[in-house]
Write a protein that binds this ligand. Structure first.
Ligand SMILES: [Ca+2]
Length: 136
């Protein structure tokens, strides 16, 4: 039997054609085409509108340069997805993408992404990945 695993995608950075705040605004829009466009900018082509997701936007410095990175956490009541954006050479790049859906729970989703100053002067991002099974 194959145990479903949480989705962890260490992928190469990809350029996005809108800034993260704009994507956030699109996702929170009351307009269905806007919401679908927001998902599309994140690389998700939805064939139908899933309604308004809960979107958390944070701007925080995660690395050595002075510019802040942006984080979007999007939850739709069944799954959560987090995207970390970095601005390089005048363009926004998605440098991290994390998914949480296995045994999705609202309380866990709130703790899915946590920012804490762990090592350096700046903030560090913690991603809690929940394994399948008993959750003990
Ligand atoms: Ca930075």
């Amino acid at each position: 039997m194959v145990t479903p695993k949480p989705v962890v995608k260490p992928e190469p950075a990809r350029c996005v054609s809108a800034d993260p705040l704009r994507i956030c605004q699109l996702l929170l829009s009351t307009s269905t085409p806007d919401r679908l466009r927001g998902h599309g900018l994140l690389g998700k082509q939805l064939d139908r509108d899933m309604g308004s997701p809960e979107v958390l936007y944070r701007s925080v410095n995660l690395d050595a340069d002075d510019e802040s990175e942006s984080i979007l956490v999007i939850s739709d009541g069944r799954t959560s997805a987090a995207y970390v954006f970095d601005r390089q050479s005048g363009a926004w790049w998605i440098v991290g993408e994390f998914g949480y859906s296995w045994h999705w729970h609202a309380e866990q989703a709130e703790r899915f992404i946590t920012l804490k100053p762990l090592v350096s002067d700046g903030m560090d991002i913690l991603v809690r990945v929940q394994e399948g099974g008993t959750n003990v």
